[in-house]
Design a protein around this ligand. Structure first.
Ligand SMILES: Cc1cc2nc3c(=O)[nH]c(=O)nc-3n(C[C@H](O)[C@H](O)[C@H](O)COP(=O)(O)OP(=O)(O)OC[C@H]3O[C@@H](n4cnc5c(N)ncnc54)[C@H](O)[C@@H]3O)c2cc1C
Length: 365
């Protein structure tokens, strides 16, 4: 283990977090404020600190959920508690009106405020932050511990190298879209990321998936007034959860008017009708759903671990300004080829302390 002064002379930073999401931010701030380490966080999406949770996950989902909860209460419960909701349910032209565009604008503004709050949190705890695509480039400096990353500025295409005693991989994940050439899924479907970009509430929505993201998106759309079709491959949603939860959810969805398509085997094809601009969805089972305004694929997520390593120092050795020599990453582009073990689905393998198979490289999230 290096002393602080040795670290200070050898490396640009004591710790570099790759990814400015929940994991990277929490780790960077604690290392800096509680342990006085010199920390850099590198985030790919410019100005958007917070990762999935803040930008396209928990936060905007919970805002939408709250709106859906209010809609549900107004429609089903308010009158029984003595409220006059204007003589209607909102759907029949009477009663409270809902403006989806207004909700989206307020939600987007809230998320932007949070992006700013995370940036000032970094400033106040002394964490340096740069935006760009980050990859692990060189491993094992002179002492056999340090590492280096390259950060590519997408605007200029130029890369800057930063060295560090430790690296934390906190690159999170992204939606997985199972599709094949010609099936129209990649072209005509959106994911949960796209859900938060929708400018208006769809009349008819098809949500494909059986996990919590699919179920939550189906539920909020239904409560806000869309006709919702939930497509599950097998018998029900949240199959892996306790049956009390999945069976209870199943009953509630049916009672609330969500059309659950069961034993479908998934989606085989999505065709856009150019006249109506609606989508027709064919299921593997042969059934079809016609006239969807939006088809949301919420069929799981995959880790952002590809291309996390770049080749540098192909001649085998790079010596930096401080005279530290680094071995070049000449063996390929995959993390695994650098000795960082991945599971067969591309997740970084760690022990109970978040150590990867390479000394000084950790993974969280
Ligand atoms: C729709 C939805 C709803 C959710 N709701 C909830 C909820 O209610 N409660 C809950 O606990 N969880 C919820 N989650 C899960 C939660 O969002 C994630 O568990 C959490 O965001 C994971 O944090 P992370 O730091 O591991 O990854 P992320 O938050 O994904 O952060 C990774 C960051 O790394 C960046 N990055 C990736 N590759 C690179 C690179 N090469 N260089 C630089 N930067 C890079 C990404 O841009 C991203 O900002 C939800 C997720 C979704 C999709």
């Amino acid at each position: 283990m290096l002393s602080s002064s040795a670290r200070a002379t050898k490396y640009d930073y004591d710790l570099i977090c790759i990814g400015g999401g929940s994991g990277g931010i929490a780790c960077a701030k604690r290392a800096s404020s509680l342990h006085s380490r010199r920390v850099l966080c590198v985030e790919r999406t410019s100005g958007k600190l917070g990762g999935t949770c803040v930008n396209v996950g928990c936060v905007p989902k919970k805002v939408t959920w709250t709106a859906a909860h209010i809609a549900h209460t107004l429609r089903h419960d308010a009158v029984h508690y003595g409220f006059d909701v204007g003589g209607g349910s909102g759907e029949d032209g009477g009663g409270p009106k809902f403006d989806y565009a207004k909700l989206k604008k307020a939600r987007d503004e809230y998320v932007s405020r949070l992006n700013g709050i995370y940036a000032s949190g970094f400033a106040s705890t002394g964490v340096a932050c740069v935006y760009g695509d980050c990859s692990l480039s060189l491993l094992a400096g002179g002492d056999g511990v340090g590492h280096a990353v390259l950060v590519r500025d997408p605007a200029t295409g130029t890369s800057t190298r930063y060295t560090s005693g430790g690296i934390v991989i906190a690159t999170g994940g992204r939606p997985h879209v199972p599709c094949a050439d010609g099936d129209g899924i990649a072209e005509h479907c959106i994911t949960s990321d796209g859900f938060f970009d929708m400018p208006e509430l769809p009349d008819v929505a098809v949500v494909v998936g059986a996990g919590y993201v699919a179920v939550e998106l189906a539920g909020v759309l239904n409560s806000l007034g869309s006709e919702v079709h939930l497509v599950v491959r097998r018998g029900k949603a949240l199959r892996e959860f306790d049956p009390m939860v999945s069976d209870g959810l199943d009953d509630e969805m049916r009672r609330d008017g969500i059309f659950v398509h069961r034993h479908t085997g998934g989606v085989s094809k999505v065709v856009l009708d150019p006249k109506s601009n609606k989508k027709n969805v064919t299921l593997v089972s042969g059934d079809a759903i016609y006239g969807a305004d939006v088809v949301i694929m919420a069929a799981g997520r995959v880790p952002n671990t590809e291309n996390l390593v770049v080749a540098e120092g192909a001649d085998g050795e790079v010596v930096d300004e401080d005279g530290v020599s680094w071995s070049g990453n000449t063996e390929g582009m995959g993390l695994e080829e650098r000795g960082v073990k991945l599971s067969k689905n591309g997740y970084v393998v760690v022990d109970e302390y978040q150590n990867t198979s390479v000394d000084g490289v950790y993974a969280i999230g």
